[in-house]
Design a protein around this ligand. Structure first.
Ligand code: DQA
Length: 147
């Protein structure tokens, strides 16, 4: 089973960015723990981060060609703005879990709406970077199709 982990804008700054909101773990820490969680469940994981909306759309389209089985995505601020990323998911039909490090519902009103949540398998928000691992474990265990 092949899993793609996508992190959107500013998540390359995890660990130093507003640590009181996002914690002290870095994106590298996240990728390491998710790779381990995937491997532990017999899946493989590829990680991608971009600050650019179009690059994320391209990566989702590529995932279809690569035969990716599931995507775990933290779209960052694009969560609240991007019809293009929503359309990319609809276009490829790959199941995905939406992850937010912070509890977006306890923050500014503009963070309460997501262009993705109604199409996601699940949404995890507010569990810190552990949310990524839980999402990877879930898809690795329940989407078992192929090695
Ligand atoms: C975030 C929440 C978004 O509102 C914000 O723009 C981010 C990170 C989170 O992980 O909590 O960049 O997706």
């Amino acid at each position: 089973l092949s899993i793609l982990l996508i992190n959107g804008p500013n998540l390359n700054l995890l660990g130093t960015r507003e640590p009181e909101v996002y914690g002290s773990a870095t994106l590298n820490d996240v990728v390491t723990s998710c790779t381990g969680a995937a491997a532990g469940a017999g899946a493989t994981l590829v990680a991608f981060q971009s600050n650019h909306e179009g690059a994320i759309v391209d990566r989702i389209q590529q995932a279809k060609l690569d035969g990716v089985d599931a995507i775990v995505i933290n779209p960052g601020a694009y969560t609240h703005t991007s019809v293009a990323i929503r359309d990319a998911f609809l276009g490829v039909g790959i199941p995905f879990i939406e992850v937010h490090v912070s509890n977006v519902h306890a923050r500014e009103a503009f963070r309460h709406h997501s262009y993705l949540s109604d199409k996601a398998v699940a949404v995890i928000a507010g569990l810190g970077v552990k949310g990524y691992e839980y999402a990877v474990e879930h898809v690795a265990r329940t989407f078992k199709k192929r090695a």
